[in-house]
Design a protein around this ligand. Sequence first.
Ligand SMILES: [Zn+2]
Length: 437
Amino acid sequence: MKYASLIFILLLLFINTDAQTAKDFAADWDKQHFSKIPPSNLRHADLKKQLDELKKLGLKIQEAGRSYDDREIYQIEWGKGATRIFMWSQMHGDEPTATTALLDMLAYLQKNRSKTWVKELENSLTIRAVPMLNPDGAELFQRRNLQAIDINRDAAALETPEGRLLKKLRDDWSPDIGFNLHNQGSLTTVGNTARQATISFLAVLGNAEGKTNDGHERNKRICAVMISALENFIKGHIGRYDDSYNPRAFGDMISAWGTPVILIETGALHDKNEMFLVKLNFVAYLSALKSLVDKSEGKADAKIYESLPFNNSGSLYNFIFRNANIINFAENLEPFTADISINVERRRASEAAPTYIREIGDLSIFSGLDEYDVKDFYLIPRNGLLRVGASGEFLFYKKTREVDWTVKDLEKAFPPDAVFSNGKWTKGGKLLEKVSK
Ligand SMILES: [Zn+2]
């Protein structure tokens, strides 16, 4: 009896170390992730160092081609199975999350090859991954390549070396599935809600007529698997990307050329950092790959994908200041009441992200990730002039104060009670009432 329970405990331990569920993948990522720096800070030189480390783990890594500015573009291969999986990231230079997630996934698979389920993946799949297809754009943290061409509109013209390489890698190998990995705006929302679309999926059709095929139907089921996995962490924050056929876009054309593509767009989640998004990608990829091998994909319900709300935009801002008593002192001293919204531009984690005024007026139908009711304050544009597109820097004065707005150096003569600059309170933020949601 004693032995029986001991064996049972050992068995449980054995099962627990053999990760299978989305939560297990996430826990494993927490413990084992290979990446050390936020994806937006990862430069091409950093990527090369990380690939050297992956090589030491035994991963097959080759230079696949060069960018317009002669930077190396690499392809990593893992597995020896019959099903060919092609994954590429950062075709847009300022969309880096998946690059890091791919490195984390491949390092994890390579390090855990002794586990039964990983062995099954290794024997069933061959994965080829191109992390950072657009290294010149990544270096500048810009969408386009160095010719200022959007590589994702170059699938037909093939004017960019990066686009030509992507097509060649596909054509030489004819993968069974393609994963086209991008980032979307952090203010993209799920349907008509104010919820950020943290991850959005699209099973790409690849034809203008809207005709489905086996590969497309399979990809919808794979999306369903990934959605179910991610709902453990971001329920309500998953969207569906709009499928409008574009004969210049790689997702559509790679599907049309015979490799049905799944598009994954990573957005953001308020108060969560980039590494959380990397983890979500890691969980999604592994859930998808495992479902192909254990055949659970075949039983997945495509309706889980089909019933996702479409992505939306324009209803959410980074910040809203409600009921502000605005004094535009550079042109008029008469206060007026309005709401003001501020958005933050996309930058590397290591750089300050500029903010700009997006809207002024009645914003009652919109939401902000952070909202403040500032009815008890005067809101003063730091440079004295309120304009849409101007930087979102404000001084706040309690309405009970007597201030001469015409004085030369206002901030010095009348120190403000609170200051909002570059998306942060640099003074007195606690005085303002945050709107709870
Ligand atoms: Zn993109």
